[in-house]
Write a protein that binds this ligand. Structure first.
Ligand SMILES: [Zn+2]
Length: 345
C-alpha cells in the first residue's frame, strides 16, 4: 500500500485495486514543478503515475481502457492524466512531459502507433493527438521497452548499473535492453527479440512461421501447451497456466519436473544469449511465468550453474548475482513511462 504522507492525496480506484509503489507521497506544498506523468495503457486498464522532477510520486490512478474507438481511447487516457493532476492539486500547464507504453508496434520518433491489436489502433498518431490535447510533449514506446526502462530505474534505486536486460516470459518471450543508460532499440526496434531465436530447428511451429523458436518452449503459452501434452494435471485444460506446472513439479510430479528442467535449461540459455550479446550487468526476469517465483527461478539458477561448470568464460560471465526476479507489485511499465518522460531524449 502507498504510505500516505498527506491525507489529501489518495489513490483513486477505478474498477481495480491499486498496486504497490515504493516511494513516499509528498505533500502538495512540496511539489517541484515541472511534473512528469506516465501511462501504461493496456487492453483493459490504464495505469497512471504523476511524479515531480525528483521522481517523487505525487499521485497514481487506474482507469478502465475504452477501446471502442480511438477517440474514446484518447479520452480515457486523458481522463487518467487529469485524475492524477487533480489528486496532486496540479494542472496541465505544470506537465513537462508524458511517457506512454503501448502493447503494440510504435514509432518512438513520431509517436505513431502502427498496430496495437488490443487497443483497436491501426496507423494512429496517438502521440500527436495526445500532445495537442494536453499541450505537452509525449514520448511513446512499446510496453516491453518501457518496462525495461522501469526495471532500469528500479535497479538504479539500489545501486548504479548502466547495462541491463529485462527478459519477459509471458504470452510471448522478448527482452528490452538498456545500454549505457539508454534504451537500445536497434535498427528496426527489434533489439532483444530473442523469443524468435531458433533453438530447436525441428521443433514446434512458432507464431512467426518458423520452427523451434525459443518462444515455442519457454513462453507461458508454450509451457501450457507442452504441459497438456506431457503432464497429468488434475484440472480442466482451459484452467492450466504455467504456475500449475511449477507447483506440480514442486509436489513431485515427475513429468512436470522434466518439463520444468527443460524450461529452466532454455531460460538459462536465453540469459546466456543476452549476457554474451549485450554484456549486461543484470538480467531481470519478469512476465507471467516469473510469477511462479522461486519455483521458477531456482531451476533456472541451477541450469546456469551447469553452464558455468562448462567453461571459465561462462563461469566469469554468468554468475547467479546477475540474475534477479522483478518484484511482484512493482509496475515496471508505468515507472518506465515516467522515466521516459523525465530522462530520455
Ligand atoms: Zn518465432
Amino acid at each position: 500500500m502507498l504510505r500516505n504522507a498527506d491525507k489529501k492525496i489518495s489513490v483513486r480506484q477505478h474498477q481495480c485495486p491499486p498496486k504497490k509503489y515504493n516511494s513516499v507521497i509528498m505533500s502538495t506544498k512540496n511539489i517541484h514543478t515541472p511534473l512528469f506523468a506516465g501511462l501504461d495503457i493496456g487492453g483493459t486498464k490504464i495505469e497512471a503515475l504523476l511524479v515531480d522532477a525528483g521522481m517523487t510520486v505525487l499521485a497514481q490512478a487506474r482507469h478502465a481502457t475504452n477501446v471502442s474507438h480511438p477517440d474514446n481511447l484518447v479520452a480515457s487516457a486523458v481522463a487518467a492524466i487529469d485524475d492524477v493532476l487533480q489528486q496532486a492539486q496540479a494542472n496541465r500547464e505544470q506537465l513537462a512531459g508524458i511517457g506512454i507504453g503501448i502493447p503494440g508496434q510504435v514509432n518512438p520518433a513520431t509517436g505513431d502507433v502502427a498496430l496495437a491489436v488490443n487497443l483497436n489502433l491501426t496507423a494512429y498518431p496517438l502521440g500527436e493527438v495526445m500532445s495537442t490535447q494536453l499541450n505537452t510533449p509525449i514520448r511513446l514506446e512499446n510496453d516491453l521497452n518501457i518496462a525495461a526502462l522501469g526495471v532500469y530505474r528500479w535497479l538504479n534505486e539500489q545501486g548504479p548499473v548502466d547495462n541491463i536486460a529485462y527478459l519477459s516470459l509471458g504470452t510471448g518471450v522478448a527482452a528490452g535492453v538498456v545500454l549505457n543508460g539508454r534504451l537500445y532499440r536497434g535498427s528496426n526496434g527489434m533489439a532483444g527479440e530473442i523469443g524468435h531465436i531458433t533453438v530447436e530447428p525441428e521443433g514446434a511451429l512458432c507464431n512467426c512461421g518458423a520452427r523451434g523458436c525459443l518462444e515455442t518452449i519457454i513462453s507461458g503459452t508454450a509451457i501450457v501447451k507442452q504441459a497438456l501434452a506431457t503432464v497429468q494435471l488434475d484440472m480442466p485444460a482451459k484452467q492450466v497456466h504455467a504456475g500449475h506446472v511449477f507447483a506440480a513439479a514442486a509436489n513431485g510430479n515427475a513429468a512436470a519436473q522434466t518439463l520444468v528442467a527443460r524450461i529452466a535449461d532454455y531460460t538459462s540459455r536465453a540469459i546466456q544469449y543476452l549476457i554474451m550479446t549485450y554484456d549486461v550487468d543484470k538480467v531481470v526476469l519478469g512476465g507471467g511465468v516469473s510469477g511462479a517465483g522461486d519455483a521458477f527461478l531456482t531451476p533456472v539458477l541451477q541450469a546456469l550453474a551447469t553452464l558455468r561448470a562448462q567453461s571459465d568464460l561462462f563461469n566469469t560471465m554468468l554468475p547467479a548475482s546477475k540474475i534477479t526476479l522483478l518484484p511482484k507489485g512493482y509496475n515496471a511499465g508505468v515507472w518506465g513511462a515516467v522515466y521516459l518522460a523525465r530522462n530520455q531524449k
